[in-house]
Design a protein around this ligand. Structure first.
Ligand SMILES: [Zn+2]
Ligand SMILES: [Zn+2]
Length: 244
């Protein structure tokens, strides 16, 4: 990724609602999956990568399915990918099954079960078996966080960050790790901003809860108060769908 584009991406994401790094990671993953459907269904390197992890993690497996159905109203790309995987599993299971038919041994079923389990394990590719969309997302997440930690002390960047929704818990933790290693000046800004935002969230949650009480239930809630409980979920669990 080009350096100026990375900075621009982060600045734009900070102007959008929710954790900017969740948004950028989800966008990278979505673009990767769209790229597979648009151009790379028949690309051998892409297919080899997908084979190593037996497809995708549950989230990205279903995202790929939904993307193709929603955009193309069809499932040809998914069908081609999964037929390839299905045939690989058939071929392996078939070879074990024929060994079992030919060799009679008490220890054989146990041995076969162990080998099949290992073969079907997510790390069948010798450690390369991570969901390829997750791997792509993780790589972009680190790049964006490194860049954020580097530029955070700069006044314009800092102002933008402070007026954004801030980072979710996981990304705050990750950002602090990176800032500690690469730019300790950013640590104080990350902690201070998180504290301010959590105090504001606490006040809104207090109002939200209080206005459910008997004495206050007729009081109108502000938009921020109404959204507070969902904001709290987003902080602790990350954004569910920051990049629809
Ligand atoms: Zn996040
Ligand atoms: Zn994944």
């Amino acid at each position: 990724m080009q350096i100026d584009l990375i900075t621009l991406d982060i600045k734009l994401a900070m102007r959008e609602p929710g954790c900017p790094i969740c948004r950028l990671r989800q966008r990278t993953e979505k673009r990767y999956l769209l790229g597979i459907l648009r151009e790379n269904v028949n690309d051998s390197a892409t297919r080899a990568k997908i084979s190593r992890s037996w497809g995708f993690c549950p989230k990205h497996g279903w995202q790929l399915q939904h993307l193709e159905e929603d955009i193309w109203h069809d499932g040809l790309g998914n069908a081609i990918i999964y037929q390839d995987l299905t045939r690989q599993v058939i071929s392996w299971l078939g070879s074990f099954s024929s060994v079992q038919e030919q060799v009679q041994s008490e220890r054989l079923p146990k041995k076969i079960a162990g080998k099949v389990r290992k073969f079907l394990g997510k790390s069948a590719g010798g450690g390369g078996g991570v969901c390829p969309a997750c791997a792509m997302g993780a790589q972009s997440e680190r790049t964006y966080l490194e860049w954020m930690a580097r530029w955070l002390p700069q006044p314009e960047f800092r102002d933008l960050y402070e007026s954004s929704d801030g980072l979710c818990l996981d990304h705050l933790r990750y950002a602090l790790d990176i800032a500690e290693e690469k730019n300790p000046e950013a640590v104080g800004i990350l902690v201070g901003t998180a504290l301010d935002k959590l105090r504001t969230l606490d006040e809104r949650l207090e109002e939200y809860i209080g206005k459910h009480g008997w004495h206050r239930h007729t009081e109108e809630m502000s938009g921020e108060e109404l959204a507070s409980w969902k904001k709290a979920v987003a902080f602790f669990s990350g954004e569910e769908n920051a990049c629809p």
